[in-house]
Each structure stands twice: as C-alpha cells, then as structure tokens.
Design a protein around this ligand. Structure first.
Ligand SMILES: *[C@@H]1O[C@H](CO)[C@@H](O)[C@H](O)[C@H]1NC(C)=O
Ligand SMILES: *[C@@H]1O[C@H](CO)[C@@H](O)[C@H](O)[C@H]1NC(C)=O
Ligand SMILES: *[C@@H]1O[C@H](CO)[C@@H](O)[C@H](O)[C@H]1NC(C)=O
Ligand SMILES: *[C@@H]1O[C@H](CO)[C@@H](O)[C@H](O)[C@H]1NC(C)=O
Ligand SMILES: *[C@@H]1O[C@H](CO)[C@@H](O)[C@H](O)[C@H]1NC(C)=O
Ligand SMILES: *[C@@H]1O[C@H](CO)[C@@H](O)[C@H](O)[C@H]1NC(C)=O
Ligand SMILES: *[C@@H]1O[C@H](CO)[C@@H](O)[C@H](O)[C@H]1NC(C)=O
Length: 524
C-alpha cells in the first residue's frame, strides 16, 4: 500500500510539473558533451581543478555525483546515450556499425526533439564521426540542419607539437601558440564561435543545440597559456599509480594510443605494463587539467549568452579517463576512473541540488523528455528491442530531482570487450573490433561495491556465456574507492555471499535495478 501511495504521489508530482510547463513556452535545450572528461572539476570537489564557468553553472543546477557511462569508448557510449540503449542492445562495442542498418530504426534524443517542434543542430563532436553514425552524424534523422565540424580538426593529429629541441612532433602533450596553427585557430574555438553565432541569430523557435567539445581528448593540443593555471610544481602523482598486484590480466588496458604518440614512444616503455616515468605522469596530468581549464574557458563564453531562464542545460561526457591511477592511462576499462562521468543539469526555475543517486547515461533521454514535457514519458524498451523504435533502457531522473526521499537505481551497469586474456598490440586490447572480441567484462556497481565478471562472448549472436568465466573482480568502495584491492578470491564467507548476490544481480540485468522495482522491493 505504501508503495502504491508513493508511486501515485510521484506521478502526481510529475503531472503537476508537466502542467506548469505546458502552460508556458517550450524550453530550449543546450546539450554539451565534453570528450573524455572525468569529473576533475571544482564542483566535484577537485581542489586542483580550475573550472570557474562549469562551477558557476553547477551552482544553479542539479549536480549528479554518481553517473556512469555504459562503455568507456566514444562511439559505443555516444550511440548508447543518444538512443538510450545499451551497447548489448545496439550490438556496438567498437566503431564499426550503424544501428539503423544493423539492429533497428531507433530514435535518438535530437531526432525526438526535432519531431516535436524543435530546431536541432549539432556542433563539433556529438555522434562519433564515421560508420557508427553513417558518415553523416545520423543525418537526416537527427538534425534540422547540416551538422557543423570545425575545419581545423583536420590538423588535430598533424606534426605540430614543439619538441624540446625545437623540432615538431606528433606528441601527446602539445601546448601551442594558436596564431601559428594552421588556419590560426583550434577546433573547439571554432565550435564555440559557431555556437555563439547560432544562438545570436536563432531567437524565435525552441532549439536543441548540441555542442561537442573535442578536448580533453588526446592529443593535448591546447593554447599554451592554459598550462599556467596548473604549474608542474603543483601537480602531485596519484598514490595508486602502480598496477595492483591482484589485477587480472584481462582487465588491464595497455594504453596503446598513448604509446603511439611520438613523445611517449621515445621513452621506450615496456609493453604492456610500463611503467610510465613519474615526470611524464606529472606532465600528462598537467596537460589534462589544462585542457579542462581551456574547455571551461570556452564554455564560459557560450554560457554567457544563454538565457538560463528558458534553457535546459545538460553537461556531461562520454566516459572518464584514467590519469595514471593503477598505472593506466586513457579509458578502455570498467574501472571507476574510466566509467564515472560528470553530469550537470540546469533546469529553469528548479533549485540547485546535489543528487547522489546512481545514474546511467542512458537515463538522459527519458529525463530530457520529462523535463521539456514535449509528450508522454518514454516507454521502457521491451526485451526484444526491435519491437519499439522510441523507448528507453534508462529511467527518468525527474523523480530523484524532485524528491530527496527517492533513492533511485540500486545498481548501474557498464561493459568492456577484450580480444583475449592477455594484453596485445595486435589485436588492440584497448579497442578490439567486433570480429576480434572474445571476452566481455560485465560490471555492476552498487552504492558499496563494484563486481566485474569477464566471460566468453559470442560475437555472432552477441551473447555472453556465463558458464565460461575468465576472471572476476570485487571492490568494496566504502574502504577502497580507488579500486586497488580485488577481493574476488578471498575465502571469507560473507564476501562470497555478497559476490554471489552481486553476480545474480548482474545476470538479471538493468531491468531489475530500476527505480520502480526498487520501490516495490522495499515494500515487500
Ligand atoms: C526510420 O524512422 C524514420 C523516422 O521515423 C522514418 O522516416 C524512416 O522511414 C524509418 N525507416 C525505416 C526503414 O523504417
Ligand atoms: C547511410 O548512408 C548511405 C549513403 O549515404 C545511404 O544510402 C543510406 O540510406 C544511409 N542509411 C540510412 C539508414 O539512412
Ligand atoms: C600552487 O600551489 C600553491 C600551494 O598549494 C597555491 O598557493 C597556488 O595557488 C597554486 N598555484 C596555482 C596556479 O594553482
Ligand atoms: C530570470 O528569472 C529571475 C527570477 O526567476 C529574474 O530575477 C531574472 O530577471 C530573469 N532573467 C532574465 C534574463 O529574464
Ligand atoms: C523481435 O521483433 C521483431 C519485430 O516485431 C520480429 O521480427 C523478430 O522476430 C523478434 N525477434 C525475436 C527474437 O523474438
Ligand atoms: C556463436 O553463436 C552462433 C550463432 O548462434 C553459433 O553458430 C556459434 O556456434 C557460436 N559460437 C560459439 C563459439 O559458441
Ligand atoms: C583477482 O582476480 C583474478 C582473476 O579472477 C584472480 O586470479 C586473482 O587472484 C584475484 N585477486 C584477488 C585478491 O582475489
């Protein structure tokens, strides 16, 4: 009975909110995706960060402190949150397929708003370019006008970074003088200009403007003055910068794309476990923080001309980045560092709040539909995902935003593929293509634990074989938030019991960890 009451009360709240909105004009939506950004932001409690503009936005917004990507790789993560379906449902774990051609004609967030009277426009990197968005950023479905890509992105991997001896290299660390760059600019500067131009001339209709910043993705090609905000002498090394001795080999990501950059290649670091020299770790940390400050600076310019009274602003990232923790760099894993992302949502006339509930990026689509109130809430996708084009495998966050008593999901899910148990350069263990995938690591994170099981995976029918377990990992986040101690082999009876329960939950999947099923359980 209590559950029913809570449920109807909640629905009542949503209805009330809906009425408030429908009586006024539709809010605009600014959707900001910052590539490879882990939450090293002032508003996430990082005292080394310098991000005044994002922090200022956060002070007027909902700040979700426990948000997770469904896979720590650009294309699978972006397609996942843009369609609100998980990598397993899209059959996309690499860069090489387009869901409309391979699985189903699934609706994307911008497409949905376009079909509900919004003018939708993509600037910079929203969809991952290439096959996974049909070489067109999912045109003509998602956008009202041709997506904008900065011209200078063409030079992103050119030999433009200055070495100590004055020669030029294709480096990882690449502070530059912007005026000497080809075209005299950088991609994110171009994107910001285009976004400002759009906002200034487009005043009448409700818009869905998506702006995708390319930094802090590697290479760290940024205006050199941003390094000054993060002097090397102030950078400290992560305490857990060593490979944990109990880490299963399959969960390690050998950061091949970092090794390929010329400045890192010169260091002749042993494959696959390194280590990276301490001095270089410091420089990477400095460059990453400086890239974030640079992005924050551009975002500040953009936000300064946004009317926050009628614009919903979403700021997030496709996944995190390991910045030396565990001796790892880049994304490509199931660890906290690679999967946890910032999520900030500003809603006109709603108060700011920190929300600690567990959140997944697939929740963005149903949340935006509820917040903008463009139509009825999205339906949950059926088990046979091809039966419904417009649906969600996430949960609207509106209830946890409106009501502190609602706890949200009991667990979040993320996954990562590998070609084999040991790290290899060919095939690339960091990002195997579908025909190379042999193993999938499925991870479930609750408030207290992360449990990850690496199992054999059939790349033809996209099914894991839960009887063929390659490795397990168990981390107790209450005492080990950095995931340095894999407890999965401990013979301790209580831990075994906990692991058994987490495994059951992992096998049952996300449908059993949604908010409403939680409410039902609490009642029983
Ligand atoms: C896919 O959906 C779009 C938008 O609803 C529609 O225009 C198109 O005809 C659909 N394509 C197929 C193959 O069903
Ligand atoms: C993908 O792009 C190709 C080439 O432009 C086009 O022929 C095809 O119809 C597109 N696929 C879909 C589903 O729109
Ligand atoms: C560097 O660290 C010192 C001491 O903690 C601090 O006073 C200073 O503001 C820092 N510099 C920058 C640019 O953050
Ligand atoms: C936004 O709303 C606040 C109060 O809700 C009001 O004080 C402020 O003037 C408004 N700003 C603009 C630009 O309309
Ligand atoms: C899923 O639904 C589609 C469309 O209704 C149908 O063609 C297909 O056979 C179904 N697949 C399964 C495995 O039930
Ligand atoms: C993978 O699935 C396909 C299709 O169901 C099946 O034919 C194949 O034997 C499976 N492969 C393995 C290694 O189990
Ligand atoms: C961690 O996982 C691996 C693979 O399952 C296992 O071999 C190793 O012993 C585990 N370490 C601990 C401490 O359980």
């Amino acid at each position: 009975m209590r559950f029913c009451f809570a449920y109807w009360f909640l629905n009542g709240l949503i209805l009330m909110l809906n009425t408030v909105y429908s009586s006024s004009i539709k809010p605009n939506i600014l959707f900001v995706v910052i590539d490879d950004l882990k939450p090293i932001l002032g508003c996430y409690g990082d005292s080394k960060a310098y991000t005044p503009n994002i922090d200022n936005l956060a002070s007027k917004s909902f700040v979700f402190t426990n948000t997770y990507a469904q896979q720590a790789l650009c294309a699978p993560s972006r397609n996942s949150f843009l369609t609100s379906r998980r990598p397993n449902s899209l059959h996309l774990f690499d860069f090489n397929s387009y869901w409309r051609e391979t699985v189903g004609n699934f609706t994307t967030i911008p497409q949905y708003f376009k079909e509900h009277g919004y003018h939708t426009y993509s600037i910079g990197k929203i969809f991952h370019p290439g096959i996974s968005s049909n070489f067109s950023d999912d045109q003509p479905y998602s956008w009202s006008q041709k997506p904008f890509h900065p011209k200078s992105i063409e030079y992103e991997n050119s030999r433009l970074c200055i070495n100590n001896d004055g020669s030029l290299g294709q480096n990882l660390i690449c502070p530059v003088a912007v005026e000497y760059q080809p075209l005299g600019t950088l991609p994110d500067i171009e994107s910001t200009k285009e976004a400002i131009h759009f906002l200034k001339k487009n005043k009448q209709e409700p818009f869905f403007l998506a702006v995708g910043f390319h930094k802090p993705h590697i290479p760290f090609r940024i205006p050199q003055q941003f390094l000054d905000f993060h002097p090397l002498s102030n950078v400290s090394l992560p305490q857990n910068r060593f490979r944990p001795s109990l880490l299963p080999t399959v969960s390690w990501n050998p950061w091949i794309d970092i090794r390929k950059r010329e400045d890192i290649k010169k260091l002749n670091i042993a494959f696959p476990y390194g280590p990276m020299p301490d001095e270089t770790i410091k420089k990477i940390i400095q460059a990453y923080y400086a890239s974030v400050t640079y992005t924050d600076h551009l975002l500040g310019r953009l936000l300064s001309i946004i009317d926050l009274n009628n614009t919903i602003v979403v700021l997030t990232s496709d996944h995190g980045w390991s910045l030396g923790e565990h001796g790892e760099f880049a994304k490509y894993s199931n660890f906290e560092e690679a999967t946890r992302v910032p999520l900030i949502i500003h809603v006109p006339h709603m108060t700011q709040k920190r929300v600690h509930s567990l959140v997944e990026l697939v929740d963005l689509f149903p949340t935006l539909v509820d917040l903008a109130d463009v139509s009825k809430p999205l339906k949950i996708c059926p088990r046979n995902v091809t039966q419904l084009d417009t649906c969600t495998e996430g949960t609207s966050l509106l209830p946890v935003m409106k009501n502190d008593k609602i706890k949200g999901k009991t667990a979040v899910f993320t996954q990562y593929p590998r070609p084999g148990v040991y790290s290899t350069w060919y095939p690339d263990s960091d990002k195997p293509s579908l025909n190379e995938i042999r193993i999938m690591g499925y991870s479930i994170k609750t408030k207290r634990y992360r449990y990850c099981e690496w199992v054999q995976f059939n790349r033809t029918n996209f099914k894991p074989d839960w009887n063929k377990v390659v490795a397990r990992e168990l981390y107790y986040h209450i005492i080990d938030p950095k995931e340095d101690l894999n407890l999965s082999d401990r013979s301790d009876g209580q831990l075994k019991h906990i692991m058994g329960r987490l495994r059951q939950k992992l096998l049952k999947g996300w449908r059993h960890c949604r908010m409403d099923s939680l409410t039902k359980k609490t009642k029983n």
